[in-house]
Design a protein around this ligand. Structure first.
Ligand code: GLY
Length: 298
């Protein structure tokens, strides 16, 4: 059977999915492949929606969130609002495999990471400090979002990387983000929340989210999408159902893009968005493709 990896956004997803596949070729299990894919993206200071050098909160601090879930056992691990540790996806994995918890937050997550052998680091770069300074000096102080890239237009573009993988009926999911740019200190979005930002169950499917974290969380977007697959929907139909529900029930869901994507235990996959077309990477047995999903109209 095929091995399939999926990753959100042209970048940072492109870097993460290539690293995941490289690890797969080296013979590593799919959970480790997506962990390493996300870790490489976190450690790249040019990817400013995740990890090192990412966009800080309104105080100028970088607070990172990450989660992973194993669809075989429903085991999950997450960290949120972590400062001074990178890559946090690897800390989330430690929480899953080496603690009795599902989530550890803030300073205690940092302490947990250090106890497990992670080195504290400065996650700021000169660019991230400058980015915060420019924001603090701006009149509007816009906190929304969410596309974060340092593209030539100067527009912030990108967002959370969420990854899903499937091999021989085994589904896994993981996500990593610095969250909403210039967010309220301590704010946590959907990404590290099991059921909101990620969900995986070998019996039903796996789903992930990216975009406007508060709205995706209110919808329990990933869980809702997996439950639709459990009740017989294809991955694409399940994503459509979640996004149509959000558009119908949540007045703010079209203010900022909300995206879900999903894969079934047999390998069909899809994605849907409340606003703006959405790029999703797939890698099916080493063949990489960037898909573009049109947004659902209200
Ligand atoms: N989806 C990322 C966030 O809202 O934090």
């Amino acid at each position: 059977m095929s091995t399939i990896f999926l990753a959100t956004w042209d970048q940072p997803g492109g870097i993460a999915i290539r690293e995941a596949y490289r690890q797969h070729q080296a013979g590593l299990d799919i959970l480790t492949c997506i962990e390493r894919g996300l870790a490489v993206a976190e450690l790249d200071p040019d990817l400013i929606a995740i990890g090192l050098g990412s966009v800080p909160n309104s105080d100028g601090d970088i607070e990172l969130d990450a989660a992973m879930m194993d669809g075989k056992t429903l085991d999950a691990g997450a960290v949120c609002a972590v400062r001074g540790i990178c890559p946090v996806i690897s800390v989330a994995r430690k929480v899953m495999e080496d603690s009795p918890c599902v989530m550890i937050a803030g300073e205690q997550a940092r302490r947990f990471a250090i106890e497990k052998g992670f080195l504290p680091i400065v996650t700021h770069t000169a660019d991230s400090i400058q980015r915060h300074q420019e924001w603090a000096d701006s009149k509007e102080k816009v906190t929304n979002y969410v596309h974060v890239t340092s593209d030539p237009s100067g527009q912030l573009h990108g967002d959370t990387i969420t990854m899903l993988a499937l091999q021989d009926g085994h589904l896994v999911a993981a996500s990593s983000t610095s969250g909403m740019p210039f967010k309220v200190p301590g704010r946590v979005g959907d990404s590290p929340i099991v059921g909101a930002g990620i969900y995986a169950d070998n019996e039903a499917g796996a789903a992930g989210a990216t975009g406007y974290g508060e709205e995706l969380w209110k919808a329990a977007a990933s869980s809702k999408t997996v439950e639709a697959m459990r009740h017989g929907a294809s991955a694409q139909d399940a994503c459509n159902q979640t996004i149509d529900f959000m558009i119908r029930r949540q007045p703010k869901a079209t203010d900022i893009p909300c995206v879900v994507f999903a894969i079934s235990p047999t390998g069909d996959f899809g994605a849907a968005s409340t606003k703006e077309d959405f790029p999703l990477w797939s890698c099916v047995d080493g063949v990489f493709k960037l898909h573009h999903y049109s947004f659902r109209r209200a």
